[in-house]
Design a protein around this ligand. Structure first.
Ligand SMILES: [Zn+2]
Length: 233
């Protein structure tokens, strides 16, 4: 999944009135890991940024997210991406599917076939489900039923394991357990009272990764996480 954005930033260059315009493309994945591509333009000079892979919230490596601007802008971008990731991915999915549908229709009409394949209606909830888990989407079109044609879509997760995420927490003064834990559920009572901000990555996708993880907590490196006795991951 690929999402793009542009940051326009003024000042802090040799000519203070020149805008710094940086363009960014992010390849999003199901966890926080992204591939960033971009370019950086001051006046008429454009520089391509090196392609980098990092966790969105990894403050040591995510500076390119707002190249040329300051940390405040960067933090806003990180927050926006985290808050809207599902919607961004759903939009990209819809755009790509619409593009494929249109291409299909124009190919059919150039071959002299007269019909329009409409993209079956999809609700926001359905789309969010699509991007939350690994699945397969399939389209069936043109099956004749009586004097009508059936156009439908199907989405399946049944053959694939639903992805469990393992979330990290650091004990806070309200924690029942004075241990670094990983949880399978962010609604877990122990997770809710523990410290869960500023942890990079905030979750991983396997128990093995969780048990052997080293995370960044602000500028500290923290290792050694135990399965939560409450949600029992
Ligand atoms: Zn838990």
């Amino acid at each position: 999944m690929v999402g793009s954005y542009v940051v326009v930033w003024q000042g802090q260059t040799k000519s203070p009135s020149a805008n710094i315009v940086s363009s960014h493309t992010l390849e999003l994945t199901m966890d926080d890991y992204v591939t960033h591509r971009g370019s950086y333009k001051v006046g008429s000079d454009t520089t391509d940024l090196e392609v980098k892979k990092f966790y969105i919230s990894d403050s040591k490596n995510n500076s390119d997210l707002a190249k040329g601007a300051n940390d405040k802008i960067k933090d806003e971008i990180v927050k926006y991406i985290n808050d809207n990731k599902q919607q961004i991915m759903a939009n990209v999915l819809m755009e790509e599917l619409s593009y494929a549908t249109n291409r299909h229709n124009s190919y059919a009409s150039s071959a002299g076939i007269k019909y329009t394949f409409n993209f079956p209606a999809t609700t926001k909830e359905e789309l969010f489900e699509y991007v939350d888990d690994i699945g397969i989407i399939a389209f069936v079109q043109g099956i004749s039923i009586g004097n009508k044609y059936l156009n439908t879509k199907s989405y399946g997760v049944s053959k694939l394991e639903l992805t469990t995420r393992y979330y990290f927490s650091i004990p806070s003064e309200n924690s029942k357990y004075n241990m670094n834990l990983y949880h399978k559920d962010t609604k877990c009572l122990e997770y809710l009272v523990s410290q869960t901000n500023d942890i990079t990555p905030s979750y991983v996708l396997t128990k093995q990764q969780a048990a052997s993880a080293s995370i960044d907590l602000k500028s500290q490196r923290v290792s050694g996480f135990y399965p939560c006795p409450i949600c029992k991951p």
